[in-house]
Ligand binder design. Structure first.
Ligand code: ASP
Length: 327
């Protein structure tokens, strides 16, 4: 006998909900076409639809991310077996990772989107939506953390990133690869993520910033952040985690003000480590008090720092939380 799974579909907007007009421009719709797909996988899945937002994902902020988290927590008391979230792809990885960090759930939570809008030739929205539902409804998807399903691949929210502006295979997991694939609708897993404890938060703070290092970077941007408002800073450092020496006094002023600074690498693969012992090298940066965060890209490390500061973490608690991707 087929067990019908209750799947909550939370729609938030993005290209998956948009259409192309006669001029070839991609524009939002007042009615989300993907939210009308209530009979998808009928007989196997009972779809509960919640059109929470209709936002292009550059309009998404941690405030909306927290509302999605709260909706999913409520769903677990409503007999929901799995959750699919449709989302614009530009900031999809940030919302997915925010949920991964903050949700206590063991039920599958899958985020998906589309690279081609709903009426374009070869649109991938409905396909990805169906694949995401298949993954969310499958028992083998439990306890995997929040997942991103796009283009028949299953990625972890923790490590996936958008790598191409338009290609349907844009979502990739550098260094580690996807944890599974979707073959003709059926998920198959071949890697498992090390679990992390969730960090429950009921509000989100603001003024956590992200800067990318470059050859010849000076102190200007760091000094601009030296204000009472600034709560935290993530820097995408050079290579294994190094910075131009001229930035160091400005970094020290930020640290003296009590602003936590997290260092990741701007490289696509690998992670920041304290390897180099020269002025501005990772060893000196660590000794100064920068927290080296392994495995996360800049935008994810920023979400993690924002969640940690929103939870009230300081000092050693903050440092140990930030120092590894798994905590
Ligand atoms: N700019 C769009 C958005 O993020 C891109 C997409 O959805 O793929 O909303």
């Amino acid at each position: 006998m087929t067990v019908v799974k209750n799947i909550l579909a939370i729609h938030t907007g993005g290209t998956i909900s948009m259409s192309q007009n006669e001029q070839g421009e991609v524009v939002p719709n007042s009615e989300n076409p993907i939210a009308q797909q209530e009979t998808i996988l009928e007989g196997r899945v009972h779809l509960v639809t919640d059109e929470m937002f209709n936002l292009p994902s550059p309009h998404m902020t941690p405030v909306e991310m927290l509302k999605i988290k709260q909706r999913i927590v409520a769903a677990e008391t409503e007999g929901i077996d799995g959750v699919v979230i449709t989302h614009g792809t530009d900031t999809l990885e940030e919302t997915a990772y925010f949920l991964d960090l903050t949700l206590p759930s063991t039920i599958p939570v899958v985020v998906t989107g589309a690279m081609r809008s709903s009426n374009e030739v070869g649109t991938d929205g409905l396909y990805n939506f169906r694949a995401a539902i298949e993954v969310a409804a499958d028992d083998s998807s439990r306890d995997n953390g929040v997942m991103v399903v796009m283009n028949d691949e299953i990625h972890t929210a923790r490590y996936v990133t958008k790598t191409h502006t338009t290609n349907v295979s844009t979502f990739r997991t550098p260094t580690f690869g996807p944890i599974g694939i979707v073959a003709k609708g059926r998920p198959a897993y071949f890697q498992q993520l090390i679990r992390q404890a969730n960090t429950d938060i009921d509000h989100v703070i603001d003024h956590v910033y992200l800067l990318k290092a470059y050859a010849g970077m000076d102190a200007t941007l760091f000094d601009a952040l030296n204000t009472d408002e600034t709560k935290g800073l993530v820097i995408e450092g050079l290579g294994a985690g190094n910075l131009p020496p001229i930035t160091l006094p400005a970094l020290q002023r930020l640290l003296d003000r009590g602003i936590p600074i997290v260092l990741v690498s701007r490289c696509y693969n690998g992670f920041a480590e304290d390897i180099y012992d020269y002025q501005g090298g990772g060893i000196e940066l660590r000794k100064m008090g920068l927290m080296l965060c392994q495995g996360l890209n800049g935008q994810k490390a920023r979400i993690k720092l924002l969640v940690a500061l929103s939870a009230g973490f300081t000092g050693d608690r903050l440092a140990s939380f930030m120092s590894t991707a798994v905590s």
